[in-house]
Design a protein around this ligand. Structure first.
Ligand code: S3P
Length: 184
C-alpha cells in the first residue's frame, strides 16, 4: 500500500470512514484550515501539492513548467486513486482538483467535500508575494486570473456538501464551523 507523508499521525487507514476534502481557490486557506481541522478531529492531514512535489522531487511550478498542466492533473488523479484504499483523512488538493469530475468521482462519494469560499481579491491579498511563483497566477493581473478560474470552477466548488465562508474569519472559527456542520 502506498505511504503518504501526512502532517498528523491520526487515524488514517480506515477505509470505512469517509475522507474530508477541502476545496477552494488558491489562497482560500485549504492547507492551514486542513491541518488545524485534522488536529481537532485527530485525523491525518494530506496536502496534495506537498505530496506530489515530494514524490516528483520538483516544485509544483517546475512540474507545470517541465511536464505541463495535463501531467500535473494526472498526478492528482493517481494520488486520488490511491486514497480510495484509505479513509478518515483530511485532504487538501490544489484549487484545480475539482476541474476533473472523473478525478473527484474516484473518492466522492463517500468522501465529504467542504468548500472554503473566498473572494479572488482577498485570496490574492492573503498570498502576498508568493503569487508571483504560482504557476497559474504569476501573470500581470492575478485577481482577474483568479476571477476567471472561479467562473470556471464555481459550479464544482458549490456542489460541495458544505460551503463555509472564510472571508475575514479566523482559522479556529472556520474549523469550529466545519466541525459543527459535520455534526448536523
Ligand atoms: C492550482 C492550485 C495550486 C496548485 C497548482 C494549480 C489551481 O494549489 O495545485 O498551482 O489550478 O488552482 P493551491 O490551491 O493549494 O494553491
Amino acid at each position: 500500500m502506498a505511504t503518504f507523508r501526512t502532517s498528523q499521525p491520526g487515524s488514517a487507514a480506515d477505509p470505512s470512514v469517509p475522507h474530508l476534502i477541502l476545496v477552494g481557490l488558491p489562497g482560500a486557506g485549504k492547507s492551514t484550515v486542513g491541518s488545524a481541522l485534522a488536529r481537532e478531529l485527530d485525523r491525518s492531514f494530506l496536502d496534495f501539492d506537498a505530496e506530489i512535489a515530494r514524490r516528483e522531487g520538483m516544485t509544483i511550478s517546475e512540474i507545470f513548467a517541465q511536464k505541463g498542466e495535463p501531467s500535473f492533473r494526472l498526478l492528482e488523479h493517481a494520488l486520488t486513486d490511491e486514497l480510495r484504499a484509505h479513509g478518515g483523512m483530511v485532504l487538501a488538493p490544489g484549487g484545480g482538483w475539482v476541474g476533473r469530475p472523473e478525478t473527484v468521482a474516484l473518492i466522492r462519494p463517500p468522501a465529504r467535500m467542504i468548500y472554503l469560499r473566498v473572494r479572488p481579491r482577498t485570496a490574492i491579498n492573503r498570498m502576498g508575494r508568493s503569487v508571483a511563483t504560482r504557476p497559474l497566477l504569476g501573470r500581470p493581473d492575478p485577481v482577474g486570473e483568479l476571477e476567471r478560474l472561479l467562473k470556471e470552477r464555481r459550479g464544482a466548488y458549490e456542489s460541495a456538501d458544505y460551503v463555509v465562508d472564510v472571508e475575514r474569519v479566523p482559522v479556529n472559527e472556520v474549523v469550529r464551523r466545519i466541525v459543527t456542520a459535520l455534526q448536523q
